[in-house]
Each structure stands twice: as C-alpha cells, then as structure tokens.
Design a protein around this ligand. Sequence first.
Ligand code: FES
Length: 181
Amino acid sequence: MAATDTPMKPDGFHPRITAFVCNWCTYTGADLAGTSRLQMASNVRIIRLPCTGRIDHMFIVKAFERGADGVIVSGCHPADCHYTAGNYHARRRFGVFRELMDFMGIDPQRVTFSWVSASEGAKWKDVVNETVARVAELGPFDAYHELAGDTVTGGEPAPGPFEAASGAETPDPLEELEVGR
Ligand code: FES
C-alpha cells in the first residue's frame, strides 16, 4: 500500500490505528487504494472480518488495551451487506458502544465508523488520513493503558479484561482473528 508521511504532532507522535474491516467491501476497497497507489498514512493495521456484524465491542476495547490510539470500523454500505443485515446490527451496536465509550473514558473521536465499498479506494484513503490526523491531534491514548496496567497490590498489574483474577486466562477474542498488513 502506498504510504505518505504520517500526520503527527510536532513532538513526533505517530498514532497507532487498528482497523476492523469486512472482507467483502472495505478490505477490497483498501486493497484497491493500495493497488491504485493512493497516498495515505501508514499508521493503520487492518484486521479483516467476514462482516461488520461479527465485531464485538470487546475487540475495540482490546485494541485500545493493546496500544491502539484510535480504531476504525468499516464495512459495506447499508443494503450491501453480503450477510443481508450484519452492517445494520453493527450500526446499532455502535450506537450503544458510543455511550459505553463515554463510561469507559474513551473519547469517541478516537473511533471512526464508516461505510467503504469495494470500489471506493479513494474514500478509504480519506477515512485513513482523516482518522490519523484527528487522533494525532488528540495525542497518545494513555488513559486506558494506565487503567489496564493499574496496580492492585504490591505493584502487580491488575488482571486485564481477558484474564481472571486467579490468573486463568479466558479466550481473547482478537486471537481468533486474521491480522492483515
Ligand atoms: Fe460487509 Fe456485512 S459483509 S458489512
């Protein structure tokens, strides 16, 4: 994928963006942007899913816990979902998640929700560049990292959302996903 100078703050901060995209539309649109050699920021790591309807809120929370400064969720336009209504479910879920973000202290500006079809490479480029520029302006997302690494007693890290207090780990939803680029 053609990359351009990444938008960043004068202090040299390069935001890390995780993008959850559906296989049928946005992933193909991102591929088109790459093969068309459109200039875009290289800060984005793509996780390909069969459909935006597959996206669990915890994927987004986990991405932030693992160091993302921003997240993009993108799939087929309304009425174009290959599974009929997955994107409608995702849109409804995202509406609820916005309120949860507020509760968890995640600035909603750190998450972009968009529709990008397989033929919209130029739109994907714009979504990437605008998201990277906005998150670069917001700065690093230290708040949740500090919360996830908070100490309970004796300097031991607090258990993460996928680790029980006993130390026994529960399945991490990101483990099962395909990570692209
Ligand atoms: Fe693309 Fe459902 S297949 S959003």
